[in-house]
Design a protein around this ligand. Structure first.
Ligand code: 5GP
Ligand code: ZN
Length: 110
């Protein structure tokens, strides 16, 4: 499959990984939008939040648990978790990912 995040999971594309287990990877965003900008993704190819179902939602819970643990471990207490769904919302990579942003957020989104 021609998916850059599947290639990162497979090690076919390089990335700076902060965390990895059987189900997920967290790595640095290549074009950081804030001083801290990580991407948390499932290893399985799910197209986006719109592809989360009763069959695969356990991985989403697992990812959120690890986001909480990883940020706590790094002393990051104030951060934003974002997942764009669809082109008009800014999704450019059609593999589920959660942006973890911290350090310069510019106030609440809503
Ligand atoms: P989206 O626009 O889909 O919400 O987020 C995709 C994110 O992936 C963007 O922030 C972009 O900078 C990042 N990205 C795209 N290609 C690569 C890559 O090859 N490596 C890494 N580490 N990040 C990437
Ligand atoms: Zn993929």
């Amino acid at each position: 499959m021609d998916c850059i995040f599947c290639k990162i999971v497979a090690g076919e594309l390089p990335s700076t990984k902060l965390y990895e287990d059987e189900e997920m990877v967290v790595f640095q965003d290549i074009a950081p939008a804030a001083p801290v900008h990580y991407l948390a993704i499932p290893k399985a190819h799910i197209p986006g939040v719109d592809g989360i179902t009763g069959e695969n939602s356990a991985v989403a819970a697992h990812i959120f648990e690890k986001i909480a643990a990883l940020t706590a471990e790094k002393g990051i207490t104030d951060y934003r978790v974002v997942s764009n769904v669809g082109e008009q919302a800014g999704q450019t990579v059609r593999h589920l990912h959660f942006h973890i942003l911290a350090g310069r957020l510019g106030g609440p989104l809503y």
